[in-house]
Design a protein around this ligand. Structure first.
Ligand code: ARG
Ligand code: ZN
Length: 895
C-alpha cells in the first residue's frame, strides 16, 4: 500500500463509544531488521479472543508496506484479509491464532518523528500515543497489554548499540557485518510503551540499590561528544528513584534502566518501559552550556519519566481519554519531587505562572476541554496544558483534601489494586474515596467540566459582634463541551491578617475542641454557587489572604486596596500569596499605564509609588530567599497581563509594562547596582538552589538596570558577559544587552551575538538558546530578524527544537512584534506563521498543529487584528490535504 495516501480529516472519537477489545495479544515477537534506507519488521502475534468471536478483526497500521501475512503458519490469500491506509482487517479470524506479518517501513523518510525514525545517526521510536501502528500491524490501544520479545539487527559498524525494553537475553554477530540483540520485557505492556534504539552511542553507567536491596544498572546513552553532559541527569535519576521509594513506597522493577538522548524529538521525553527516550534538551546539562532553568528542567523531566514507571506503566490508561490519569498524576509527582529538591515556594510560583497564563488561555479558547475529554479527533492534540498541568492541580487538590496520611494510603491502594491494569480516572478517584472515606462525587466534576472557575469574594466586618464573614461566589464560563456548569468543589486555603500579624481563626460552626493546631490557617470547602463563611472573635477588620498556595486552579476577585496588597506582600505567612500580592500590585500599576497609553499620555505617566515602596522594603529584607525575591520583583509577563484583559491590546501591554519596569529600574537603581557589583562572576558554579537563587536575583537586577543603563551599568553587563563561567550568567548578560534599546548597547549587542554564535556553534542546545533570544527580542524588526534566522546555517526546519526556538518563541513570546508585523504589513506576523505551518504540516503534523495555538486566540483581539488572524486560520482550513492534527485545531477555532 501507498504511505502517502491522504488520511481523511475530521473523524471524531467519543469516550461513550469505548468498548473493550474483542481480542488480546498475549505475546508479541518482533524481528526488526534495520538496513540503510529501509527496515523490515516481522511480527508474530499470539491472539486470543476474549468473548464472542467477531466476524472481522481490524488491526491498526499506517505507512506500512505489507510483504507477507500468515495465520498459524499458513499464508493468507486476498479473500481472507483487507488492507487499507488505516489498517488490516482479518475476515473470520479463529478463536486463538498466531498472526505473522512482515512489513517494510522507511525510517529515514519518516519526518513525523512518530513510529520508527532516524534522528541524525540514531534509529529510535516514539509510539505514544498511536505511533506503534507505523511499525507493524497491531491493536494499537493502551488496554491491550502484551509480553514483548524484540530482536533487533543492524550493521555492526553503523549501529553498535541495539536496545529495546526489558532485559537483554541474547545477542551476537550475523553475516555481512551485521549483528543482533534480543530483548525481553518481563512486564506486560501496551504497545505505546514499546521502544527500540539502534545507533552509535556512548554511555555513562552507574548503579542504584533499591530499598529492598536489588542492584539496578543505570545507563545514559548519548553521542560521544555529549558524554560530559550526563552527570546531572544521572544524579537526578538516582534522587528520583530514592524519592519514589520514600514518598510513595515505589521501587524500580527491572535490573536495568536506560535513557537515550536524541536530537529530533517532538516532545520532552517518553517513559518507554526500561528504555526512556529523551529530547537532548531534557537530559544534557553542564554549567558552561546549560542555564539554571535548563538544569531544573532536566531534573524535572528525568524524574517525570521515571515516575511514570508506576503512574503510567505498572498502572496504565484504559483509553486515551484517560490520559490525565497518568500525566496529571505524574506531573504532580514530579512537581513535589522538584519542590523537595529545591525551594518549594519557588517551584509552586513557577508552576502557577505557567498554569495561569498558558492553561487558563487554553481553557478560555476554542480548544478548551476537561482533563478527561469526552471526544477528540486527533489524540496528539490532547497532550495539553490542561491534561498535564490542570490535571496535576486536580491531583494536588485531592492530596490536600485528604491530607498526607490518607493520600498515601490512597495511592498505595491505587497502585496495589490496579497493578498490571489499564484503568480510568474513575478508579483513581475511587481509591481516594476508599482510602479516606470521603465522598468525592461532586469533586469529580473537575474531570468532566472544562473552563476556569471564577471566584468573586466579598467580605463584611461587624465590629460590635467581632464577626467577619467572607462570601464566595463561583461561576465558570461556557466552554465548547458545555454551556451550563455545575458548581465545583473548591478548596480555598486562607488566613486573616491583622495589624500585628496572623489572626487566630474560629469559624462560627467550629467547636473549640476541634480547632486545628495551626489556628491561623483554614481550608474552606466551597461546594455551592454561593457560600458565606463566618469567623467569630475577630478583633479588627482583617486583610484576607485567600487561595493560599494557589489551593485551586481558579481566578479570584477580591477588591484589595493597594495598601492591603502591600500588607500581604510584606507580611503574609504564605510565600505564594506574598508573591501574588506583588503580582496584583504590579498588574494594577501596569493597568494604570495601559490607560495612559490608550489616552496617549504614557510619556508623562508617573506610576503609583506603592509598588516601588514594597519592592524597596523587600530588597532591604535580608531574611528573604533570593529566588523568591527575584520572583516577587518580576513584573507579570505580557502573556499574563493579556490573560487578564477582556480584549487584548498587545501593544498597550508591551509599552505600559516596559514603562513601569523602567520606572522601577530607575527608582531602585542603587539597590540593583549593589546586587550586581557585589556578585563575583568567577565564583564557582553549583546547580544548587541557594546558588540558583543568588543568580536569579542578581540577573533580575541586571535586567532592570539595562532598561535605561548608565555607562556603569553597561560596563557591569559587558563584564558579566565576558567573565561568566556558566550559561546562566552569560545568557542573562547577553539577553540584557540584546534587548536594550540604548544605541551603544545595540552596537555591542550585534558583536556579542556574533561572538556568542562563533563560540557555541558546535553546541546545538546553546545555539537553540541563541536563536530563541533573537526570536523573543521585542525591539522592532523581529520578524525580519526571524526570517533571516530561518536562512542561517544553524537553522534546521526538520528539527522540532529549532522550530520551537525560532517560530514558536517568536509567535508566542514576542507579542509586540508578532501582532504588529512589519511597517507596511501589520498582519505579516500572522501570514508568516500560516506559511510556516503549511510548510511543516505534511512533514510533521504534530509540531505543525502545535504552532497554530497563537492564531486560535483570534476572538480575544480587537477588530482588525482578530479578523487578520482569522483570515490565516481560514487559509489553513482551505488547504487541501491538511493533516487531521491541524484540521482539528483549525476547524474548532473557526467555529
Ligand atoms: N508520555 C510522554 C510524557 O512523559 C509524552 C508523550 C507525548 N506523545 C505525543 N504524541 N504527544 O509526558
Ligand atoms: Zn508524562
Amino acid at each position: 500500500m501507498n504511505s502517502s495516501e491522504p488520511v481523511p480529516s475530521g473523524k471524531t472519537v467519543y469516550l461513550k463509544d469505548y468498548a473493550p477489545p474483542s481480542y488480546i495479544i498475549e505475546k508479541t515477537e518482533l524481528d526488526v531488521d534495520i538496513y540503510k534506507g529501509e527496515t523490515f519488521v516481522l511480527a508474530r502475534l499470539q491472539f486470543q479472543c476474549l468473548d464472542e468471536r467477531p466476524q472481522a478483526l481490524t488491526l491498526d497500521g499506517e505507512a506500512l508496506e505489507l510483504l507477507d501475512i500468515a495465520i498459524d503458519g499458513k499464508a493468507l490469500d486476498s479473500t481472507q484479509y483487507r488492507c487499507d491506509h488505516r489498517g488490516l482487517t482479518l475476515h473470520n479470524p479463529p478463536e486463538r491464532f498466531v498472526l505473522t506479518t512482515r512489513v517494510r517501513i522507511l525510517p529515514e523518510q519518516n519526518t513525523s518523528l512518530e513510529g520508527l525514525y532516524r534522528s541524525r545517526t540514531i534509529y529510535c521510536t516514539q509510539c505514544e500515543a498511536e505511533g506503534f501502528r507505523k511499525i507493524t500491524y497491531y491493536l494499537d490501544r493502551p488496554d491491550v497489554m502484551s509480553d514483548f520479545i524484540t530482536r533487533v539487527s543492524a550493521d555492526k559498524n553503523e549501529c553498535p548499540i541495539l536496545l529495546s525494553n526489558g532485559n537483554k537475553i541474547d545477542g551476537g554477530d550475523l553475516d555481512g557485518g551485521r549483528h543482533f540483540a534480543t530483548w525481553h520485557d518481563p512486564h506486560k505492556k501496551p504497545c505505546y510503551l514499546f521502544a527500540l534504539v539502534a545507533g552509535d552511542l556512548a554511555k555513562v553507567e552507574d548503579r542504584f540499590r533499591t530499598a529492598s536491596g536489588r542492584e539496578v544498572t543505570l545507563q545514559i546513552f548519548v553521542e560521544e561528544k555529549d558524554l560530559d553532559k550526563c552527570d546531572h541527569a544521572m544524579s537526578s535519576l538516582k534522587n528520583a528513584m530514592r524519592w519514589d521509594e520514600q514518598v510513595y513506597g515505589r521501587e524500580y522493577d527491572l535490573d536495568i534502566f536506560m535513557i537515550v538522548a536524541v536530537d529530533d524529538f517532538n516532545m520532552g521525553a517518553m517513559e518507554n518501559k526500561g528504555l526512556n527516550i529523551f529530547n537532548t534538551s531534557c537530559v544534557l546539562a553542564k554549567p558552561e552550556t546549560t542555564t539554571d532553568a535548563g538544569f531544573q528542567r532536566v531534573e524535572g523531566v528525568v524524574a517525570h519519566e521515571y515516575f511514570h514507571n508506576w503512574s503510567g506503566n505498572r498502572v496504565t490508561c484504559r483509553d486515551w481519554f484517560q490520559l490525565s490519569l497518568k500525566e496529571g498524576f505524574t506531573v504532580f509527582r514530579d512537581a513535589e519531587f522538584s519542590a523537595d529538591m529545591g525551594s518549594r515556594t519557588v517551584k509552586r510560583v513557577e508552576d502557577v505562572a505557567v498554569l495561569r497564563t498558558l492553561q487558563f488561555a487554553e481553557d478560555a479558547g476554542p480548544m478548551a476541554h476537561p482533563i478527561r475529554p469526552a471526544s477528540y479527533m486527533e489524540i496528539s492534540n490532547f497532550y495539553t496544558l490542561t491534561i498535564y498541568e490542570k490535571g496535576a492541580e486536580v491531583v494536588r487538590m485531592l492530596a490536600n483534601l485528604l491530607g498526607p496520611a490518607d493520600f498515601r494510603k490512597a495511592t498505595d491502594l491505587y497502585f496495589e489494586r490496579h497493578d498490571g491494569q489499564a484503568v480510568t480516572t474513575e478508579e483513581f478517584v475511587q481509591a481516594m474515596e476508599d482510602a479516606s472515606g470521603r465522598d468525592l462525587t461532586q469533586f469529580k466534576r473537575w474531570y468532566n467540566q472544562a473552563g476556569t472557575p471564577r471566584l468573586s469574594v466579598t467580605d463584611e466586618y461587624d465590629q460590635e459582634q467581632r464577626r467577619y464573614s467572607l462570601t464566595i461566589r463561583q461561576s465558570t464560563p461556557a466552554t465548547p463541551e458545555c454551556a451550563e456548569k455545575l458548581a465545583f468543589h473548591i478548596p480555598v486555603a486562607m488566613g486573616l491578617l491583622g495589624e500585628a500579624g496572623e489572626l487566630a481563626l474560629k469559624l462560627a460552626d467550629e467547636s473549640l475542641d476541634d480547632l486545628p493546631e495551626d489556628n491561623t490557617h483554614r481550608v474552606l470547602e466551597l461546594t455551592e454557587t454561593e457560600q458565606t463563611f463566618v469567623f467569630t472573635d475577630i478583633p479588627e477588620k482583617p486583610v484576607p489572604s485567600l487561595l493560599r498556595g494557589f489551593s485551586a486552579p481558579v481566578k479570584l476577585d477580591y477588591q484589595y486596596s493597594r495598601a492591603d496588597l502591600a500588607t500581604l506582600a510584606l507580611h503574609d505567612s504564605d510565600g505564594f500569596n506574598r508573591y501574588e500580592a506583588c503580582q496584583k500590585l504590579a498588574l494594577a500599576t501596569i493597568q494604570d499605564a495601559m490607560l495612559a497609553y490608550q489616552q496617549d499620555t504614557l510619556a508623562e505617566f508617573v506610576p503609583d509609588s506603592t509598588l516601588v515602596q514594597v519592592y524597596r522594603l523587600l530588597l532591604e529584607d535580608n531574611s528573604l530567599d533570593q529566588a523568591m525575591l527575584a520572583l516577587m520583583l518580576n513584573l507579570p509577563s505580557e502573556a499574563y497581563i493579556a490573560e487578564e484583559q477582556e480584549v487584548i491590546d498587545p501593544v498597550a501591554i508591551h509599552f505600559a509594562r516596559r514603562q513601569v519596569a523602567a520606572y522601577v529600574g530607575s527608582e531602585l537603581a542603587e539597590l540593583f547596582r549593589l546586587r550586581v557589583s557585589a556578585y563575583d562572576p568567577t565564583r564557582e558554579y553549583r546547580a544548587q538552589s541557594d546558588d540558583i537563587a543568588l543568580r536569579s536575583m542578581k540577573n533580575a537586577a541586571l535586567g532592570y538596570l539595562m532598561l535605561l543603563p548608565t555607562a556603569e551599568d553597561l560596563h557591569l553587563c559587558l563584564n558579566q558577559l565576558a567573565r561568566a563561567n556558566n550559561m546562566t550568567d552569560e545568557m542573562a548578560a547577553l539577553t540584557a544587552l540584546v534587548c536594550c534599546e540604548d544605541n551603544t548597547a545595540q552596537e555591542q549587542a550585534r558583536d556579542a551575538l556574533t561572538a556568542f554564535y562563533q563560540k557555541w556553534q558546535d553546541e546545538p542546545l546553546v545555539v537553540n538558546q541563541w536563536l530563541a533570544l533573537q526570536a523573543r527580542n521585542p525591539i522592532p524588526g523581529a520578524l525580519e530578524r526571524v526570517q533571516a534566522l530561518l536562512q542561517h546555517p544553524a537553522y534546521d526546519g526538520n528539527n522540532p527544537n529549532k522550530i520551537r526556538s525560532v517560530i514558536s518563541v517568536f509567535c508566542n513570546n514576542n507579542p509586540l512584534n508578532f501582532h504588529t508585523g512589519t511597517a507596511d504589513e501589520p498582519d505579516a506576523g500572522y501570514r508568516f506563521l500560516a506559511e510556516q505551518i503549511l510548510q511543516l504540516d505534511s512533514k510533521n503534523p504534530q509540531i505543525a498543529a502545535r504552532l497554530i495555538t497563537p492564531l486560535t486566540r483570534w476572538r480575544r483581539y480587537t477588530g482588525d487584528r482578530g479578523q487578520a488572524m482569522r483570515l490565516q486560520l481560514q487559509r489553513l482550513a482551505d488547504q487541501p490535504g491538511l493533516s487531521p492534527d491541524s484540521y482539528e485545531i483549525v476547524s474548532k477555532s473557526l467555529n
